[in-house]
Design a protein. Structure first.
Length: 143
């Protein structure tokens, strides 16, 4: 299967892709009461764009294995499949999340607009929680 063109572009950019609507006076807005556009910033590295996924063909265990530089390992059971299914592993780096945070804060400052971070850290406590923590650290130390 071919890689996603959008995912490929996001990974090359390595930071953030901002989506901002083009407003035209002659084209009615979908929500007439909105006076300003909403800009969506998407993190453009890792996550599902560099994930590995596969079909689990039969019952068995899927584990995440972290091998440290010294060769020791940590293993976590992802799921014990009782029947076929699918599995996925994804990642991100602090450096990339920091770049995402800085570019997001910079756009908000340039536009003089508030910045809102949306995560699922109630579900992905470690993964999305890392985004939330890094954004907070950068906000407090830099902005």
């Amino acid at each position: 299967m071919w890689l996603s063109p959008n995912g490929t572009i996001r990974n090359i950019l390595g930071g953030t892709v901002f989506r901002e609507p083009i407003l035209c006076k002659s084209i009615p807005r979908v929500v007439p009461g909105w006076t300003q556009a909403i800009i969506i910033g998407r993190h453009a590295h890792g996550d599902q764009y560099k994930a590995q996924d596969f079909v689990v063909p039969q019952p068995g265990k899927v584990e995440l294995v972290y091998t440290k530089a010294d060769g020791t390992t940590e293993r976590r059971l992802l799921f014990d499949f009782k029947s076929p299914g699918v599995a996925q592993g994804m990642y991100n780096t602090d450096e990339s999340i920091q770049s995402f945070a800085h570019s997001s804060f910079q756009v908000a400052l340039q536009k003089k607009w508030p910045l809102y971070l949306s995560t699922k850290n109630t579900i992905l406590k470690q993964y999305d929680g890392r985004f939330k923590d890094i954004f907070q650290e950068i906000y407090e130390s830099t902005y």
